[in-house]
Design a protein around this ligand. Structure first.
Ligand SMILES: NC(=O)c1ccc[n+]([C@@H]2O[C@H](COP(=O)([O-])OP(=O)(O)OC[C@H]3O[C@@H](n4cnc5c(N)ncnc54)[C@H](O)[C@@H]3O)[C@@H](O)[C@H]2O)c1
Length: 439
């Protein structure tokens, strides 16, 4: 049993408080709004959520859950604070952290009067850097104590959905605990111990970022399905049947595949088919802003690499990988080819190695493509990865061949730079300076 105070008794706080109390914890809810405090103490829900009335009536009657306006009283009587105050949008779209800051000031002031270790767990959705940049400094300043030793701090994002929040509390997709110190993580893990869900312990910034990745993805999913639906309707087919079959594919569609941050996509299908689909949609007067934005975003990822490489003027560039992905010689719409051609145009000295794209081995259409369309590129091909590494100051890895991994971990020098577009290695595995494109 943990003694826990819940700051903010809105959707998240009232449901979390009631559910934690039902799990056997002793919960004190705190809200700045006296009418919410009164409602809870009468056993009445301050928000409408399926199952909350019955739950609250039970846990308030038993004394496991009570509410107060006094944050001093709540901190004095508990060992963990779960912060669930709102983080609304400011008029300019930025996130308002005013309430989180205010609660941090209150908890910090109350901690000054406590001698025992205490854990502050942020449940509110906050942008990466907020806990370490705002919450921790405010808590330390107000309490005169040190985070990580005198008190612990965690970021524990909430994944419940309104309407089914009580059910979601007990059956979340995962429990994620971002911890400043291990002791704080242990304490919060104990709080959620009865919940059957994979538990992940990580850093505070990963936990903060994850919640935004989740919500952005959910929003993308809804909009994607709607845009596909609009196109299907105009084309006279049943979008639900399309998406039902789409969702049956757990190898490429609903899977971790294509979800690793890295370089731009390319090849003979994705760019071509996206262009065709959006052109077709526009021709039927169907607007597809999400699908329209994809190629533009992909281009930005290519430009990001070009901008980065421009910083290495006067140094030779070595490209490991030329085709759009490992294991193929297909050069059509290969994004790294666009980077290479731009760098040639900017006067860089460069070389290329790709085990699947050597002129000697190429046959048919690709041989013709390389000889006719990009002869200037073919003359820059090196015979081996070893030769390329020896001759280059900056190595750019664009596909994840095992051979490249071996070469980079064994043959790079301290004076070289590795620009990794696919996370083929970790920074600690190479002697050279390491730059990951989006990590
Ligand atoms: N609503 C959801 O479905 C959901 C799901 C996941 C995460 N979240 C996140 O959780 C957080 C809370 O969301 P919500 O929908 O429960 O918000 P809400 O606005 O319903 O409730 C917030 C409560 O905090 C109280 N409060 C404000 N300042 C306070 C203070 N100093 N001390 C005590 N109480 C104070 C308010 O009076 C209010 O009752 C937000 O960051 C939100 O983004 C919400």
């Amino acid at each position: 049993m943990t003694r826990v105070s819940v700051f903010g008794l809105g959707y998240v706080g009232s449901v979390s408080g009631a559910c934690l109390a039902k799990m056997g914890h002793h919960v004190i809810g705190v809200d700045a709004n006296p009418s919410k405090v009164d409602l809870i103490n009468q056993g009445l829900p301050p928000v409408i959520e399926t199952g909350l009335s019955e739950l609250l009536a039970g846990v308030t009657k038993s004394g496991a859950f009570a509410a107060t306006e006094s944050w001093q009283e709540a901190i004095a009587a508990t060992d963990v604070a779960l912060v669930c105050v709102g983080t609304p949008s400011s008029p300019n779209g930025s996130l308002s952290t005013d309430l989180v800051k205010r609660v941090s000031e209150q908890i910090g002031a109350a901690l000054a009067a406590r001698n025992e270790y205490f854990v502050v767990a942020i449940r509110s959705t906050v942008l990466p850097g907020t806990v370490e940049g705002i919450v921790v400094p405010v808590l330390e300043a107000r309490s005169g104590k040190k985070a990580g030793s005198d008190f612990g701090v965690c970021m524990v994002p909430e994944f419940l959905r309104e309407g089914t929040s009580v059910k979601d509390f007990y059956h979340p997709p995962k429990t994620v605990i971002g911890q400043l110190d291990c002791r704080a993580g242990e304490s919060v893990a104990g709080l959620f111990a009865g919940i059957e869900a994979p538990m992940v312990r990580t850093s505070i910034r990963v936990a903060e970022s994850l919640k935004y990745a989740d919500n952005a993805f959910h929003a993308v999913k809804v909009t994607f399905a709607n845009e596909i639906g609009n196109i299907c309707k105009a084309a006279g087919c049943d979008s639900h049947e399309v998406m039902k079959i789409f969702c049956m594919d757990t190898k490429l569609n609903l899977s971790p595949y294509y979800l690793k941050p890295g370089f731009a996509f390319g090849g003979s299908c994705l760019p071509k088919d996206l262009r065709a689909l959006t052109y077709h949609a526009h021709g039927m007067d169907i607007q597809t802003p999400l699908l329209d934005s994809i190629l533009a975003s992909n281009k930005k990822q290519i430009e990001r690499v070009i901008t980065l490489l421009q910083g290495y003027k006067g140094r030779s560039l070595g490209f490991l990988g030329l085709s759009f992905k490992h294991g193929t010689d297909d050069l059509r719409e290969s994004p790294i080819l666009e980077v290479i051609e731009t760098m040639i145009g900017k006067g860089f000295h460069l070389g290329i190695y790709d085990e699947f794209v050597s002129i000697a081995r190429l046959v048919g259409a690709n041989k013709e493509y390389i000889q006719k369309e990009i002869p200037h590129v073919s003359s820059l091909m090196r015979a081996s990865a070893e030769e390329l590494v020896a001759d280059s100051d900056v190595l750019v890895v664009s596909n994840s061949s095992d051979k490249f991994r071996e070469v980079l971990t064994q043959m790079t020098r301290k004076d070289q730079v590795v620009v990794d577009l696919v996370r083929i290695i970790e920074a600690s595995e190479v002697k050279s300076q390491y730059y990951g494109i989006c990590w």
